[in-house]
Structures are given as C-alpha cells and as structure tokens.
Design a protein around this ligand. Structure first.
Ligand code: AMP
Ligand code: ZN
Length: 115
C-alpha cells in the first residue's frame, strides 16, 4: 500500500470504482476512459510501481493476471472474437498511473500495430 497511489486507494475502497472481479491477488475494474467497448484494468493488489519492479517472487502473480484476463474475456463474451492485454511501462509507453496494471481490451476490431 502506497498512501499517495490512486490504485492502492481503489483496491482499499477509499476511492470508488466499478469493480467487476476481485480475489486475494487482483482487482478488475472498468477503465474510467474506455478505449474499446470492453476496457478493464487488471490491478495486482500489491503495490508494484512498474513492470521493471517485478521480481521472481511475482511470477505467479503475473501468470494469474493473464489467467484472469482470459476468464474475464470469456465471462463477458468477447474471448472468441478476440482481445488484447496491454501493459504500458514508463513515460514513452504512456504509463500515467504508477501502480502496475494491465489493460484488457475487447469488443471491437483492434488494429495492429498500436499507436
Ligand atoms: P496507463 O496510462 O497505462 O497508466 O493507464 C492508466 C489507466 O487508468 C487509463 O486508461 C485511465 O483511463 C485509467 N484510470 C485513471 N483513473 C481511473 C479511475 N479513477 N478509475 C478507473 N480507471 C482510471
Ligand atoms: Zn499502489
């Protein structure tokens, strides 16, 4: 828990969010500014600043994130059409919240390469 972190405050319930799923390791919320018909954020409950701060102790956590991404896409009915899981790391990639998170995008054709 980092006291000045937006996603830590969402995980603790201090700041409200539209929560679609949670377990002991992750919380899944609706993105406040969706870039696709389905745009969720998969947020590890543990405060990890960026992908560069992951350690081997987090390997199972990251595996769990991807398992939950597939589960959410399946449960919300866009797994067969297709979806994307994105992590933005640091400024040039567009990271704006300094608590590791993974975007789950679906519900439309997703062009490649991304911008
Ligand atoms: P990134 O730019 O990869 O760090 O992603 C941060 C994401 O958090 C953006 O897609 C924002 O729209 C989203 N976001 C920011 N504030 C909130 C909030 N209070 N609730 C839900 N999503 C948020
Ligand atoms: Zn945090």
């Amino acid at each position: 828990m980092s006291s000045d972190c937006l996603f830590c405050k969402i995980v603790s319930g201090e700041i409200p969010a539209k929560v679609r799923y949670q377990d002991e390791l992750v919380m899944v919320i609706e993105d406040i500014d969706p870039q696709a018909p389905e745009h969720m954020l998969i947020i590890p409950k543990k405060h990890i600043r960026t992908t560069l701060d992951l350690t081997t102790a987090d390997n199972s956590l990251v595996g769990h994130v991807f398992q939950i991404a597939g589960k959410m896409a399946h449960d919300y009915g866009f797994s067969e059409d297709g979806f994307r899981v994105v992590n933005n790391c640091n400024q040039a990639a567009g990271q704006t919240v300094w608590h590791l998170h993974f975007h789950l995008l679906g519900g439309r054709e997703l062009t490649w390469p991304p911008g």
